[in-house]
Design a protein around this ligand. Structure first.
Ligand SMILES: N[C@@H](CCC(=O)N[C@@H](CS)C(=O)NCC(=O)O)C(=O)O
Length: 219
């Protein structure tokens, strides 16, 4: 039975983007169920609740198994499809990749709150709080350290595309649309990500969406 990934609007749903990208970039087949978010239509929320009682996307349905929350979905597919090598093979690199992925998943709240993902947002800088600026600096540090340590293995954080890249993908869009300037090494990594075919596919589909969520449009 084909896996089913339940996601929100591609333009806005950064948590949906992460497992979608991890799976698509690894050629793991899945059907996509897109449920518009924050429509104030109870039917949409009920549809999400019909898949996962968390009431949030993303969720993955694999037969009788339901997995919710972006990072656990990625862990599930990494176990289910070991040949996809979603995490680096080397144990030390894998530990590093998991650490920065968990740091992304549980942190950077100021940046996430102040710079929501909105792919079609005209590129424009906003005044960031000190906390958000500290988040930006820490993300740059993470990327640059990865590139310095593993750059000889390829252009992504751990050489070849991995789950860690999927976890940071929405940040690439945030830095782009909020005109956040980064060091050349971090910019080179962002360029690599934007040229990645699955990343580009998600972006194209998100940009083609017409549904607007007002509160995300005013930032
Ligand atoms: N920690 C969760 C966050 C999931 C989440 O907040 N999803 C948002 C969309 S990006 C959502 O479903 N919001 C709908 C709602 O809260 O009604 C994850 O990593 O998947």
């Amino acid at each position: 039975m084909t896996l089913k990934l339940v996601i929100g609007n591609k333009n806005y749903s950064s948590w949906s983007m992460r497992p979608w990208l991890a799976m698509r970039a690894s050629n793991i087949a899945f059907d996509e169920v897109l449920i518009p978010l924050y429509t104030h239509d109870k039917a949409d929320k009920d549809r999400i609740l019909g898949f996962t009682r968390s009431g949030k996307v993303p969720a993955l349905i694999d037969g009788d198994v339901t997995v919710w929350d972006s990072l656990s979905i990625i862990e599930y597919v990494a176990e289910r499809f070991p040949q996809a090598r979603l995490w680096p093979e080397d144990g030390a690199l894998r530990a590093h990749a998991r650490s920065i992925s968990a740091e992304m998943h549980s942190g950077f709240l100021a940046l996430r709150n102040e710079c929501g993902m909105n792919l079609h947002r005209p590129i424009r800088a906003v005044a960031l709080s000190a906390d958000a600026r500290a988040n930006v600096a820490r993300i740059e540090q993470i990327w640059i350290e990865c590139r310095e340590r593993h750059g000889r293995l390829g252009p992504f954080l751990f050489g070849k595309f991995s789950a860690a890249d999927a976890m940071f993908a929405p940040v690439v869009h945030r830095f782009r649309t909020y005109a956040i300037e980064v060091a050349p090494q971090a910019q080179a990594y962002m360029d690599t990500m934007m040229a990645q075919p699955a990343f580009a596919e998600w972006t194209k589909a998100g940009l083609a969406e017409t549904l607007l969520i007002e509160r995300f449009e005013s930032v």
